[in-house]
Design a protein around this ligand. Structure first.
Ligand SMILES: *[C@@H]1O[C@H](CO)[C@@H](O)[C@H](O)[C@H]1NC(C)=O
Ligand SMILES: *[C@@H]1O[C@H](CO)[C@@H](O)[C@H](O)[C@H]1NC(C)=O
Ligand SMILES: *[C@@H]1O[C@H](CO)[C@@H](O)[C@H](O)[C@H]1NC(C)=O
Ligand SMILES: *[C@@H]1O[C@H](CO)[C@@H](O)[C@H](O)[C@H]1NC(C)=O
Ligand SMILES: *[C@@H]1O[C@H](CO)[C@@H](O)[C@H](O)[C@H]1NC(C)=O
Ligand SMILES: *[C@@H]1O[C@H](CO)[C@@H](O)[C@H](O)[C@H]1NC(C)=O
Ligand SMILES: *[C@@H]1O[C@H](CO)[C@@H](O)[C@H](O)[C@H]1NC(C)=O
Ligand SMILES: *[C@@H]1O[C@H](CO)[C@@H](O)[C@H](O)[C@H]1NC(C)=O
Length: 319
């Protein structure tokens, strides 16, 4: 076991980011971020930086800041065999650290956009995605899932301060729910306060044939809840273009938190999904998770051995 762990740690150190390219499908996996390894894989704009801790920081606590981080290659959202926008899965761990006193803001969003530079985007309530002139326009071709810690842009329709929403070409969410996760497949949800600095896991799964998007979240170190937080019927076919960038946008406003991404994987139809990657790890061995973890606003690397998640070293080697 100890030997295996040593190998795994070594592999993780060397295979810090893993990128597999196939003809049309795409799959990549960042178990943490390192400038020297990831510079060419990710395009950072605005306030975004790689921290030496291995975290990707989208914003610090400067007011009215915007940070973007997009995967540097485009994702092909259509192929010749299907008229439907591609299915995709993405899994990431994020952390939002509020200021030492007072309120933080505003939030971050997983984003699919036609460019890694979102021209004219505003900070604050616009989350670095839109501005007052283009908000709501179909010509944006922007799809986002927002993790917003401030009462929304439209109080009526976005009535939760600590919420998760699906946004299509607009800051007005098509649907939103208070940030929470389902407990053991019951009717009960447990709220997650997103601005406490704790690492939080999020899964987005889009099925391009049934045209449903699921958004699931829960605290780090917990198993993915069986029931998603958002289960939303949406056809991305008219929204996305053939080649799109995927990544994150975060913004601060009058109130400002630091927004971090600690790990990220993404795959489209035709490549192994995150779920199957994770489950292929469970072969009775240990999995070592190497996300950088917060401890009071400072970061440290963290190795966790957890029987419920297992990293298969053979798979690591194959990657
Ligand atoms: C980033 O990667 C380089 C080269 O692999 C390594 O020397 C450096 O220690 C890494 N930085 C961190 C913070 O792990
Ligand atoms: C945030 O980052 C910017 C540039 O990276 C820096 O100038 C500024 O002082 C930082 N602000 C805080 C509050 O750390
Ligand atoms: C495209 O989506 C429709 C449902 O909206 C489905 O009936 C059809 O089979 C899909 N086509 C392919 C090639 O997946
Ligand atoms: C083409 O797209 C469809 C629908 O998203 C998907 O099921 C299929 O695997 C894709 N084919 C290739 C070769 O990527
Ligand atoms: C806010 O949302 C409500 C309900 O969707 C809508 O009727 C109203 O016009 C919106 N207000 C603004 C300022 O966009
Ligand atoms: C939601 O989604 C559709 C696109 O499917 C869009 O046209 C609509 O205006 C969106 N906005 C809201 C607030 O429902
Ligand atoms: C959920 O189920 C697990 C295992 O059956 C149990 O240990 C845990 O206490 C349950 N959690 C809640 C909140 O009921
Ligand atoms: C979304 O969640 C529902 C309910 O749990 C599930 O039946 C469906 O397969 C999920 N779809 C995707 C694309 O994960």
């Amino acid at each position: 076991m100890a030997f295996l762990s040593t190998i795994s740690v070594a592999l993780l150190v060397f295979l810090f980011s893993v990128v597999i390219n196939q003809a049309q499908s795409e799959h990549f996996f960042f178990e943490g971020f390192n400038e020297s390894d990831d510079k060419s894989d990710l395009r950072l704009e605005g306030a975004s930086i790689f921290k030496t801790s291995g975290a990707l920081r989208l914003t610090n606590k400067t007011k009215n800041a915007i940070g973007h981080a997009f995967y540097s290659k485009t994702i092909q959202m259509f192929n010749k065999t299907s008229p439907n926008a591609s299915s995709f899965n993405t899994y990431f761990v994020f952390s939002i650290v509020p200021p030492a006193s007072g309120k933080g803001g505003f939030g971050l969003a997983f984003t699919i956009a036609p460019s890694y530079q979102i021209a004219g985007a505003k900070a604050g309530q616009y989350l670095g995605l839109f501005n007052e002139l283009n908000d709501g326009k179909n010509s944006n071709h922007i799809f986002a899932v927002e993790f917003d810690t401030v009462r929304g842009y439209n109080e009526t329709s976005n009535s939760y301060g600590n919420h998760v929403g699906i946004n299509i070409n607009s800051m007005e969410s098509n649907t939103s729910e208070p940030a929470s996760y389902n407990i053991n497949n019951t009717l009960k949800n447990e709220e997650i306060d997103m601005h406490k600095g704790d690492p939080i896991q999020a899964w987005l799964e889009y099925d391009g044939v049934s045209k449903v998007l699921n958004v699931t979240m829960c605290p780090m170190w917990q198993q993915k809840p069986m029931k998603p937080l958002l289960n939303f019927a949406v056809d991305l076919t008219p929204i996305v273009k053939e080649f799109m960038y995927v990544g994150f946008s975060a913004a601060t406003g009058d109130t400002a938190s630091s927004h971090y991404i600690l790990g990220w994987s993404f795959s489209t139809a035709g490549s192994p999904s995150i779920e199957s990657l994770w489950t292929s790890y469970t072969s009775g061995r240990e999995r070592i998770i190497f996300f950088p973890i917060l401890s009071d606003c400072s970061y440290r690397r963290f190795v966790r051995r957890d029987r419920s998640f297992v990293r298969d070293t053979a798979l690591s080697r194959a990657l």
